[in-house]
Design a protein around this ligand. Structure first.
Ligand SMILES: NC(=O)c1ccc[n+]([C@@H]2O[C@H](COP(=O)([O-])OP(=O)(O)OC[C@H]3O[C@@H](n4cnc5c(N)ncnc54)[C@H](O)[C@@H]3O)[C@@H](O)[C@H]2O)c1
Length: 241
């Protein structure tokens, strides 16, 4: 157990919920940030189980909301030990059919928002703090997702650049999940989904807890000599032909 403070984006559901549960179980005081008002119920549920969890409804593409997150964290905790940039969106289409707006929207949430929030919380990070960015196995390439691939590989570039800039005070790493059972993957047509699962060497779709354990490792002092790295949690899909 610890009394470390963690800020987690996209904590209302999916991977974020699993990450929230695990960080709370490991004794973190948690601030969940999500544009979905349901994040308030998520936090209340975790608080009922005895964890210190608060929620802030905020759209991370808005500069004033980023400032609210920073002010809330400064007021409530005074310092931050862990930031997990997990919120993300998809707007899939072949490039010929993709609008510039859809390309920009994905970059805005998946790449620019983590950059803005990380920068805003920078002065609050304690020595030994950790940033974990949730990228994707898709950073290596995927059909119909040029915007998503650009955003998630950009997030890896951001991770590497920032790890150098902020060493030795703050470690910065990324987790790259493969296909995970969540609202995002369940939105796919069933035949497309089962075709993708067939290509996973581990022989199954990932569970949110698979990702949460990797995030919790990189956030913890067990990873104190790990920075600037990308941990692929994808059942081996990243090395499959
Ligand atoms: N599900 C997968 O198969 C998979 C695979 C690889 C990577 N990922 C990544 O993992 C992360 C979580 O994915 P998920 O499957 O849990 O998705 P999800 O859609 O279930 O959850 C994403 C959360 O982010 C929040 N969010 C979106 N835009 C926001 C904004 N502008 N401001 C604040 N909150 C915002 C949503 O409200 C939602 O609660 C994402 O970054 C996603 O790209 C998911």
């Amino acid at each position: 157990m610890s009394d470390r403070v963690a800020v987690l984006t996209g904590g209302a559901r999916g991977l974020g919920l699993a990450i929230a549960r695990l960080l709370a179980a490991r004794g973190h005081r948690l601030l969940l940030v999500d544009r979905d008002p349901g994040v308030t119920g998520t936090a209340a549920g975790l608080a009922e189980s005895g964890h210190e969890v608060t929620a802030l409804v905020a759209d991370l593409t808005r500069a004033d909301d980023i400032a609210r997150v920073r002010d809330h964290a400064a007021r409530s905790f005074g310092a931050v030990d862990v930031l997990v940039n997990n919120a993300g969106i998809t707007r899939d289409a072949r490039l010929a059919k993709m609008s510039t707006d859809d390309f920009a929207a994905v970059l805005d949430v998946n790449l620019l928002a983590p950059m803005r929030l990380t920068e805003a919380l920078g002065p609050l990070f304690r020595d030994g703090a950790a940033v974990v960015n949730v990228s994707s196995r898709a950073a290596l390439g995927n059909f119909g997702q040029t915007n998503y691939v650009a955003s998630k590989s950009g997030l890896i570039g951001f991770t590497r650049g920032l790890a150098l800039a902020w060493a030795p005070k703050v470690r910065v790493n990324a987790v790259a999940p493969g296909l995970v059972d969540s609202a995002m993957s369940r939105a796919m047509p069933e035949d497309v989904l089962s075709g993708l699962v067939d290509r996973i060497p581990a022989g199954r779709i990932g569970e949110p807890d698979d990702i949460a354990r990797a995030v919790a490792f990189l956030a913890s002092d067990d990873a104190s000599y790990v920075t600037g790295q990308v941990l692929f949690v994808c059942g081996g899909r990243s090395v499959a032909p």
